[in-house]
Ligand binder design. Structure first.
Ligand code: SAH
Length: 255
């Protein structure tokens, strides 16, 4: 099909065969998997996925692509959902889904948080994202990329940086490098928070002003007595705290 890439839908189509093959290898699709591909576009990943899968669900926002897909994929093989992935109810498909996608970069963070809301239904996720975002997702404490995104995702998900992908692998080429990442929800949370909304609030406050000490950023939440009860140095910054330490603060305040 002749299709002009639409900027507003973040369309950068994968064209590099070798890279597509390595992504499919990393996903390791099994025939019986219940898989959902977000943003199938012109099928760069869809087609090779279908060689392994009995069936695939796709969620696509672009009506032009939807009508093209309807003529290409047999209905029994692909279920086409014409929807904004940000509004799509992933749980309606099954309670054991695998999610993949070369995601539109402009909505990558909101999609991740949307999926986190339904994480109990998800077996695993494989995404192509801006490399800089993937670095933040997998970052360890006391590194420049470590922030709110790292903590909120790693609280629930085991994350793996898989493959760096250069701009030339796409058409049109994006301005930045991309990376492929795997996220697997923990069956049992390593550091469960008693009140997850409170954890989110603490993490947001702490990273709100990255360069300030916890004593400043957690003012009104954690006082000096709290810091000493937790054995925590109030002169540290958010970027120095592990997930376990954030959870300790939340659980102390929840008690
Ligand atoms: N997977 C294809 C296309 C990637 S481009 C490939 O690798 O070549 C991103 C795709 O996501 C496009 O098809 C675009 O139309 C779609 N898209 C953009 N925003 C979306 C949204 N909010 N919900 C669902 N799909 C979206």
């Amino acid at each position: 099909m002749k299709h002009i890439a639409k900027k507003r839908f973040g369309q950068n189509f994968l064209t590099d065969r070798a890279i597509i093959n390595s992504l499919i290898d990393a996903i390791a699709p099994q025939s019986q998997d219940i898989m959902i591909e977000i943003g199938p576009g012109l099928g760069a990943m869809t087609q090779p996925l279908l060689q392994h899968l009995d069936h695939l669900h796709v969620v696509e926002i672009d009506r032009d692509i939807i009508s093209w897909m309807q003529g290409v994929y047999p209905a029994g093989k692909v279920t086409i959902h014409n929807s904004d992935a940000l509004k799509f109810d992933f749980t309606q498909v099954s309670d054991r889904i695998r999610v993949v996608g070369n995601l539109p970069y402009n909505i990558s963070t909101p999609i991740l948080f949307h999926l986190l809301d339904n994480v109990s239904h998800i077996i695993d996720m494989h995404f192509m994202l801006q490399k800089e975002v993937v670095e933040r997702m997998v970052a360890a404490p006391s590194t420049p990329s470590y922030g709110r995104l790292s903590v909120m995702l790693q609280y629930r998900l085991h994350m793996e940086y898989l493959i760096t992908v250069p701009p030339e692998a796409f058409e049109p080429a994006p301005k930045v490098e991309s990376a492929f990442v795997r996220a697997i929800p923990f069956a049992t949370l390593p550091y469960p928070a008693k009140d997850e909304a409170l954890l989110a609030k603490i993490v947001t406050s702490a990273f709100g002003q990255r360069r300030k000490t916890l004593r400043n950023t957690l003012k009104g939440l954690l006082d000096d007595a709290g810091f000493s009860a937790l054995g925590l140095d109030s002169q540290l910054r958010a970027e120095n705290l592990s997930i376990a330490e954030f959870v300790n603060i939340a659980n102390y305040l929840a008690a």
